[in-house]
Design a protein around this ligand. Structure first.
Ligand SMILES: [Zn+2]
Length: 466
């Protein structure tokens, strides 16, 4: 009797272990099957750690940016297009994590939990992804950036489609520099990062748009106020220095001239809480944007919790510790152009299976009212006034361009060069595009970011207005 019950006990134990084991296996199958199927050891998809067999990536006009040819990935034949779209398309080895070939690897290889890589085996390819990007505009932006490090992003402010995303430094997938991982000179700094999605930059005077928005919202007589600029102004314990001596100016002239004295005073009047509130409403300090449900952007930061009056003065002109993510800033600027309504930027226009079925259609999603419509109109008029009265419509002919420059000091060191920025958009209904240009280590925004924005917007006008 004793031995029978012992045997039964052993049997029960075996059954329990078996069930636990199967459960674990099943659990692993569900949670790790993708990893197993997608593992770089899987010869159907990867050779020597590189993606070889997958669907095509096309631009919005059907231009093939990458395809599979004779068992390896084949990129666009135009070198400038390859370099200009590298960070968005991604490389075959997955160094560029936010690249579509990596971020959308399930879609492009056609993997699904139910069928595994069935489609790939049946059709010899995965799904095709059509991007919202216009490769020709990316090429123009890449060439305009020249040897600068930086980024250019352009989005349709009504729909959210990103038509241009360029990040430099970049490299040619067909001729990757041998010293790319060993160089110490800094020339490849952040080369695997898409600066548009993942970068964080000091905004400089582009932040005055946000200070101006906050002023419109909180200072009822802001348009009647007169500011006096003598080249510097005392704020709290110290001085904020201006780039010029602007004399007596009103609010609009203060923005036209990007007067630090006026905007430091405005920030002082507004206070930490009001400025933080406006910034947070348009996306600062919250989780970053997610592009087409896959690509995470860095989040913009404004932290005035320990800011003294002088710090607040610097924050009001875009210095202090504030950082912007280019994609988030472009989204905020776009909302001004779109009557205050922000739309979510997106990159994937369509995903199509090998048998021609549309699996996904990119669509416009509203993020919310960043600015009251009436205030968006006021900001819009101020930004239009900047281009008309300051930068010159000749740079953006017949575009009814609005914008703001920024020259951001990024170091106290005397030989450190600032970054040049430009954000803006065309008011034309048939050209609803907003642009951000950030050029690292330059002399001024007027000599770097503005001419680049001019070249890209002119190319867009030629392309979109027939
Ligand atoms: Zn001034």
């Amino acid at each position: 009797m004793k031995s029978i019950s012992r045997r039964a006990l052993v049997l029960y134990l075996i059954i329990i272990l078996f069930l636990a084991g199967s459960g674990l296996l099943f659990f692993n199958l569900i949670t790790h099957s993708e990893e197993w199927a997608m593992n770089k050891a899987n010869k159907h998809l990867y050779t020597s750690g590189s993606l070889t067999t997958a669907g095509d990536i096309l631009d919005i006009n059907g231009k093939v940016l990458v395809t599979t040819k004779d068992g390896s990935r084949s990129y666009n034949e135009d070198k400038s297009i390859r370099l200009g779209t590298l960070h968005t398309v991604g490389d075959s080895s997955g160094y560029i994590a936010s690249g579509v070939q990596t971020a959308f690897k399930d879609e492009i290889t056609g993997y699904s939990l139910k069928d595994g890589v069935y489609n790939l085996q049946r059709y010899g390819k995965g799904n095709d992804i059509t991007l919202t990007l216009n490769a020709e505009i990316c090429k123009v932006a890449y060439n305009a950036l020249g040897n600068y490090k930086g980024t250019v992003g352009v989005m349709n402010y009504k729909t959210g489609e990103l038509i241009c995303v360029v990040s430099t430094p970049t490299f040619d997938v067909y001729n990757k520099p041998k010293d790319i991982n060993t160089d110490t000179s800094g020339k490849y700094e952040g080369i695997y990062m898409n600066r548009f999605f993942s970068g964080l930059y000091t905004p400089g005077s582009t932040f005055k748009i946000i200070t101006a928005a906050c002023a419109i919202e909180n200072i009822p007589d802001i348009y009647e106020k007169e500011f006096v600029c003598k080249g510097k102004i005392q704020v709290g314990e110290g001085y904020v220095i201006c780039s010029g001596t602007h004399g007596k100016i009103n609010f609009e002239e203060a923005l036209n001239n990007s007067c630090n004295c006026a905007f430091a005073k405005i920030a002082e009047t507004l206070g930490n809480d009001a400025l933080t509130k406006t910034a947070e409403r348009i996306g600062f300090n919250s989780s970053g944007l997610v592009i087409s449900n896959k690509i995470n952007c860095s989040k913009s930061k404004l932290d005035l919790s320990d800011a003294k009056l002088l710090d607040l003065g610097w924050a009001g002109i875009g210095q202090y510790t504030t950082l912007i993510n280019p994609c988030q800033m472009l989204t905020a600027i776009s909302s001004i152009a779109n009557n205050g309504m922000a739309v979510s930027p997106y990159l994937v226009s369509q995903i199509q299976s090998p048998d021609g079925k549309v699996i996904l259609n990119g669509e416009t999603q509203q993020l919310g009212q960043y600015f009251a419509e009436m205030n968006a109109t006021k900001l819009n008029n101020l930004l239009r006034s900047n281009v008309k009265n300051r930068y010159g419509d000749n740079l953006f002919p017949s575009m009814e361009m609005c914008g703001k420059t920024g020259t951001a000091e990024i170091s106290d060191s005397e030989d450190a060069k600032p970054n040049g920025l430009f954000v803006g958009y065309s008011q034309r209904d048939d050209m609803p595009f907003a642009i951000i240009v950030i050029v690292e280590n330059t002399n001024s925004s007027m000599s770097s970011a503005v001419p680049i924005a001019s070249k890209v917007m002119k190319a867009i006008k030629t392309e979109y207005i027939k």
